[in-house]
Design a protein around this ligand. Structure first.
Ligand SMILES: NC(=O)c1ccc[n+]([C@@H]2O[C@H](COP(=O)([O-])OP(=O)(O)OC[C@H]3O[C@@H](n4cnc5c(N)ncnc54)[C@H](O)[C@@H]3O)[C@@H](O)[C@H]2O)c1
Length: 323
């Protein structure tokens, strides 16, 4: 029996019928949470199917001695997102943890991308994250206003493709970058109510790994060295930690996680500077100065810590990024 890190907590995981979301639901339950397993059972491109994968996840959790219920709302609508949160409140009286994970993919080059490909992907990933989060945040705010001690955890899902540019995935990375920025903003807004919000960039051998051409290799990689480095369970463990009381000091952050590797990513921070005193840069000056931005290793070529150290060392040596 694992530590009951999440004993009695009430969680909602969207898109939890399959893949990484199913792992989140199973692991949250294993640590003592009661889980709403939300999933519409759609195909990878978002088209309807007859499948009801959430039922199997719920059955497995109940078999394991924990509590779970299914929810079939489409979280990409405001009503559906709210209803998924309300399912938790109606069933167990409150909500403590929201994991926004549901996703679809329509990878195409920008010149082939139809309006619906753009709208549908942005709607499921970005609007869905907003729809669910808003309802949960309304609940947590009302709890705070009623004088009850607050507890809330949001974990949103971004993608490591943001580190690579995301060719063929402009709709998807636009939505996922939106999720990362949204997370940082609501982390600040909700701090006063005891709520944290963090984002993850997962990597695992699940259905969406096949959507990006850069991640296809992940899906094909076999198990190695006696452990399954591409199991979604490794992603879920970080999510369980972020959802727990122990992570009350971490908010507005983004973590890339796959196998045994967890990176703290600093997607939105400047990595190099051009500075002058009391005057701006002219375009001809930038012709000379701009290449300094690209001297040395780029952030996505080194782990963040090594990048920070390399940059510090370069600055200490007088090879500053300033003009
Ligand atoms: N697999 C990876 O390596 C990887 C990498 C980066 C990001 N991600 C992200 O992780 C998340 C999960 O990926 P996965 O590979 O496990 O996906 P998956 O396709 O296996 O599961 C996603 C689930 O979301 C459900 N869903 C889709 N639209 C929904 C909606 N509107 N309402 C409710 N449910 C809906 C689907 O039915 C599906 O069961 C996605 O957000 C994905 O973008 C995955």
């Amino acid at each position: 029996m694992p530590d009951r890190l999440l004993e009695g907590k009430i969680a909602l995981v969207t898109g939890a019928g399959r893949g990484i979301g199913a792992a989140h639901a199973r692991r949250l339950a294993a640590y003592g949470a009661k889980v709403v397993v939300n999933d519409t059972g759609v195909a990878i491109d978002g088209s309807a199917t007859e499948e009801t994968p959430a039922d199997e996840v719920v059955a497995a959790i109940i078999d394991g001695g924990s509590e779970a219920v299914t929810d079939g709302h489409d979280i990409s609508t405001m009503d559906g997102g709210a209803a998924a949160v309300q399912k938790a409140i109606e069933t167990w009286g409150r909500i403590d943890i929201v994991v926004n994970n549901a996703g679809i993919g329509r990878p195409k080059m920008v010149f082939n991308l139809e309006e619906a490909d753009w709208d549908d992907v942005i709607r499921v990933h970005l609007k869905g994250t907003f729809a669910v989060s808003r309802e949960a945040c309304r609940f947590w705010r009302s709890e705070g206003k009623a004088g009850r001690e607050g507890y809330g955890r949001i974990v949103n899902t971004a993608t490591g493709l943001l580190h690579m540019g995301g060719a063929g995935q402009s709709n998807y990375v636009a939505a996922k970058a939106g999720n990362a920025a949204f997370t940082a903003a609501i982390a600040q807004e909700m701090e006063q109510y005891g709520v944290t919000a963090n984002a993850i960039m997962p990597g695992a051998r699940t259905r969406m790994a096949n959507v990006g051409w850069r991640t296809a290799a992940i899906a094909e990689r076999p198990e190695s060295q006696g452990w399954d480095a591409q199991s979604p369970d490794h992603v879920a463990e970080l999510v369980c930690y972020l959802a727990s009381p122990a992570a009350d000091w971490i908010s507005g952050q983004c973590f890339q996680v796959s196998g045994s590797r967890i990176d703290h990513t600093l997607t939105w921070l400047p990595r190099a500077e051009l500075r002058k005193d009391h005057e701006g840069w002219t375009a001809p000056e930038l012709v000379k100065a701009m290449p300094k931005f690209f001297a040395g290793p780029r952030p996505n070529e080194l782990p963040p810590k090594e990048w920070a150290e390399a940059r510090k060392a370069a600055q200490a040596a007088g090879d500053s990024f300033a003009g």
